[in-house]
Design a protein around this ligand. Structure first.
Ligand SMILES: [Zn+2]
Length: 149
């Protein structure tokens, strides 16, 4: 089970699936396994028949994913050490869903590489991304696909 969290948008991603929060209640959840301080909930997410609660330690800021079953019985917890950005993640999925041939009709390889790098949150060459952005309208007119990276 690979868990990533987008703190800004309160979205937890479990094995590549985005789980939006259905409540952002702040409740005391338990004590931190690192420093024994209070751990408070950040967001609640339905998962399978139970629930995953993202929670943060008030002292050391460790973020945990705490799993419960449908009866709110504790099933386990994991420290969340991987984070993601929802918009970038969606951008990347959108981009990966577009046929490479279509991309290469409009964009140069350097522009495409920069678009992918931006979507992955990696370093990219601004100049190429700016050039690519100027062509997003053309791309949409031609293929009916909107790009917003
Ligand atoms: Zn702690």
């Amino acid at each position: 089970m690979e868990i990533r969290y987008d703190i800004e948008n309160s979205v937890i991603q479990v094995d590549g699936v985005d789980l939006y929060a259905h409540t952002l209640d702040k409740n005391f959840i338990g004590v931190c396994s690192n420093c024994n301080s209070d751990v408070n909930s950040l967001s609640y997410h339905s998962y399978e028949s139970g629930m995953i609660v993202a929670a943060r330690c008030s002292l050391c800021d460790t973020i945990f994913a705490i799993m419960y079953d449908e009866n709110w019985k504790w099933k386990g917890e994991e420290t969340i050490s991987k984070f993601f950005n929802l918009k970038s993640s969606n951008d990347l999925r959108n981009l990966e869903g577009i046929d490479r041939k279509k991309l290469s009709t409009i964009f140069t390889p350097a522009e495409t590489t920069s678009m992918y790098a931006k979507a992955r949150g990696e370093k990219y060459i601004r100049q190429y991304l700016y050039r690519a952005r100027k062509k997003y309208n053309d791309f949409e007119e031609l293929f009916g696909i909107q790009i917003n990276i």
